[in-house]
Ligand binder design. Structure first.
Ligand code: 3HC
Length: 693
């Protein structure tokens, strides 16, 4: 037996421990250890086996680091088969995380006892995969089809309590869990358990099941948005009804093997590791995070309100400051309305909303921030206003308080310089709606102290955000890349593509929204105003002539009922806006542009390579530490398809040589002025690797 699996005896019950911290992933050694343990215990006097994991958690799945490498025996499906075939009944003690291959191992066991709050699920689809060790075959043999489809296609875990309702686990236990599992095993030792070997059960594809299946899969296809794994996982579940177990298992494994070498799974595994890497403290810093017991938020508008909600949801008291009682009342009523919406969908209870509201302490006085450990300002985005606010915060905040600005573009060093404690200042850039969006860009300013940075990372963890550290620079990582991306979209609009074509090409590519629909949503007047305030050259003004003309004609986007599109006042449904088309044609004529056909391929290449090229600039300037950080920003903050792995990974998938060739071509073409190929990208394109070498 391997060191990662060990057994002990409690009377005639054997306990098999999976001991592979931190998450008991199913490494080769664990797999071998489990097969050996079951075989060895079969020839002892034990009467039953309890299978458990160390560190209060069962098994979080296959070892993702082994994927893409040559398979090593025994395969996980063989482990599950060996457990199921054990002559001794096996009881899995399910607690903590029981995910993917971990749940498959539990389904190989004959009984499952679980804690009420354990998380059981099949997150394989989040890695671009289907369960590969019988999950899609055993689950529908145990629970209702719709529950099985939901579990394998959504990737979302269910609680132990819900699993018991579904019939996925046999009992919910609490207190001393090992004792409870041993007690359960002692009760069933003499029961026949042939029926509990799930592979022996047969289920049939009746007309009713077929109908349910078709309806469930229609919903899955709609949600998948280009991701293949959920659809393939659903097909595997169907096999459970139409094929003998062994054939269904083989088809599932073949699907797994096909997907694991595919681009989507590689991209999603890249994201899995990128997200975790991004949230880690940089190597050059040391110390401990400061305590966060109380939070202050300045500004009760959309952004400040969302940030306040985030901390209140995490259980922290929040002092919410705005300039007038009226603004506070308005902000609080929006917050309450948002939370109340969650009651209908079951995300929060009535009492939960009251508790959260009670954590908010509205005030119009800066003095009330004196006790806050973390103060985040989300006031109007101009340097003068930010400077003024930071001077006021500096005057009242207690020593050691962390002072954060939620600016999306401005110079955090300049803001920090307004205070007598620049070491305590940093950027915490949230994305709207802040209580929903996962991304938090943490901006490390020149003088930010190590423990201040660590405190911001801790705040991200406390509130379930995915943190990425960025350096100071206009627009940090995310918004900096957005400019050249949007610029290419607007140039193609001038050259002949319609907003619909560009938006559709990009949503088909997988983006949550196209740039023109996004502009309409945000309000076209915002970009207009920002351009008016900037000292743009003629070339740059030309790029946005259509957007500017729309604003000047009163088409401000959704808020005015029309922008690039028209909007139904009731449903907000988008449709063609003939007035916008007229404006587009007029501007093209004024500028003497000969309209041409633009292919979807060109739309994808120009927008995506613009992102990767700017990303490479950001990397070489040290604003992002790794290209994978840029990918994390785009997937979590900008609706970039996770299954493409972010813009930098996408460029690597296409091949940096191809990207470099295009950049060379464009930087010598009619739009040359808008392309500055990154030296770093051109250099990396000479080698065989990617950006992070
Ligand atoms: N394989 C390898 N390493 C894993 C892993 C896995 N399945 N799950 C987690 N880890 C690693 C993480 O990379 C991290 O390593 P690091 O410290 O070096 O960065 C460490 O374990 C701790 O992970 P987290 O920081 O994510 O810890 P949390 O406590 O926040 O979360 C978790 C724990 C919910 C289990 C989360 O890690 C997770 O979601 N893991 C992935 C679960 C998963 O996708 N399982 C299915 C795998 S595919 C499969 O089983 C195929 C099968 O059907 C054949």
């Amino acid at each position: 037996m391997s060191g990662q699996v060990r057994t002990e005896s409690r009377g005639d019950i054997a306990i098999v421990w999976v001991d592979h911290p931190p998450v008991n992933a199913l490494s080769q050694a664990v797999r071998q250890g489990l097969v050996d343990a079951v075989a060895e215990l079969a020839v002892t006097d034990h009467k039953a086996i309890v299978l458990a994991g160390v560190n209060d958690t069962f098994i979080a799945g296959a070892d993702i680091r082994e994927f893409g490498k040559p398979p090593m025996a025994p395969g996980l499906f063989e482990v599950c088969d060996a457990i199921e075939a054990s002559p001794l009944p096996v009881v899995a003690l399910v607690q903590g995380n029981t995910l993917g291959g971990g749940l498959e191992v539990a389904l190989g066991a004959h009984y499952r006892v679980a804690t009420a709050n354990t998380r059981l699920g099949f997150p394989e689809v989040n890695l671009g995969l289907v369960p590969g060790a019988g999950g899609t075959q055993r689950t529908p043999r145990l629970i209702a089809l719709t529950d099985a489809i939901d579990m394998v296609t959504s990737g979302k875990p269910v609680s132990g309590k819900r699993a018991a309702e579904m019939g996925l686990v046999d009992a919910v236990v609490d207190g001393d869990l090992l004792e409870a599992a041993i007690g359960f095993a002692a009760k069933i030792v003499d029961d026949p358990f042939e029926e509990r070997r799930l592979s022996r059960r047969s289920i049939e594809m009746t007309d009713e099941v077929a109908e349910q299946f078709a309806a469930a899969m229609r919903a899955v296809e709609k949600r998948a948005k280009g991701a293949v794994a959920p659809i393939r996982a659903g097909e595997c579940v169907r096999n459970a009804y139409t094929m003998p177990f062994a054939d269904g298992l083989k088809a599932e494994r073949d699907t797994f093997m096909e997907l694991v070498v595919g681009d989507q799974s590689k991209a999603m595994r890249h994201m899995f590791f990128s997200e975790r890497l991004a949230s880690k403290p940089p190597k050059d810093i040391s110390g401990e995070a400061r305590p966060i017991r109380t939070v202050g938020v300045l500004g009760a508008g959309t952004m400040g309100g969302g940030i306040a909600m985030t901390y209140a949801e995490a259980g922290l008291p929040v002092t919410l400051l705005d300039m007038s009682q009226e603004a506070l009342d308005r902000g609080l009523s929006v917050i309450e309305k948002n939370w109340r919406r969650g009651i209908r969908s079951g995300r929060v209870t009535e009492a939960g909303v009251s508790e959260r509201m009670a954590r908010l302490h509205p005030t119009t006085s800066f003095d009330d921030l004196a006790d806050c450990d973390l103060i985040i300002e989300a006031v109007f985005e101009t340097m003068d206003v930010k400077r003024d606010v930071f001077r006021k915060i500096d005057a009242v905040a207690k020593p050691g308080a962390v002072l954060a600005t939620n600016t999306s573009y401005l110079d955090v060093d300049a803001i920090a310089a307004e205070t007598d404690r620049p070491q305590d200042v940093l950027g915490m850039h949230y994305f709207s709606p802040a209580n929903i969006m996962k991304l938090l860009e943490i901006v490390r300013a020149e003088k930010t102290a190590d423990d201040v940075l660590l405190t911001a990372l801790k705040a991200a963890k406390l509130t379930g955000k995915t943190a990425v550290i960025a350096g100071v620079g206009h627009g940090f990582i995310g918004n900096r890349l957005l400019t050249p991306y949007q610029r290419q979209a607007h140039l193609m609009l001038l050259e002949g593509a319609s907003p619909q074509q560009i938006d559709q090409a990009l949503t088909r590519f997988g983006m949550a929204m196209g740039p023109f629909a996004m502009g309409d949503l945000a309000g076209l007047d915002i970009g207009y105003k920002s351009r008016q305030d900037q000292d743009l050259n003629e070339e740059e003004r030309r790029v946005y002539r259509i957007a500017d003309a729309l604003v000047e004609a009163g088409h401000l986007g959704q808020k005015s009922g029309s922008g690039f599109y028209s909007y139904d006042p009731e449903t907000r449904a988008r449709s063609h806006n003939p007035a916008a088309e007229g404006i587009v044609n007029k501007v093209r004529t004024e500028l003497g542009i000969n309209q041409r056909e633009i292919s979807d391929e060109e739309i994808i290449e120009r927008t995506q390579f613009a992102l990767a090229n700017e990303g490479a600039h950001v990397l070489s300037e040290g604003i992002a530490a790794r290209s994978s950080d840029i990918d994390t920003v785009y997937v979590h903050g900008y609706g970039y398809p996770r299954w493409r792995g972010g813009p930098m990974h996408y460029a690597e998938t296409v091949g940096l040589k191809t990207v470099a060739e295009k950049l060379r071509e464009w930087s010598n073409g009619p739009n040359a002025v808008h392309w500055t190929p990154s030296d770093l990208l051109m250099e990396r394109a000479e080698g065989d690797g990617g950006f992070d070498q």
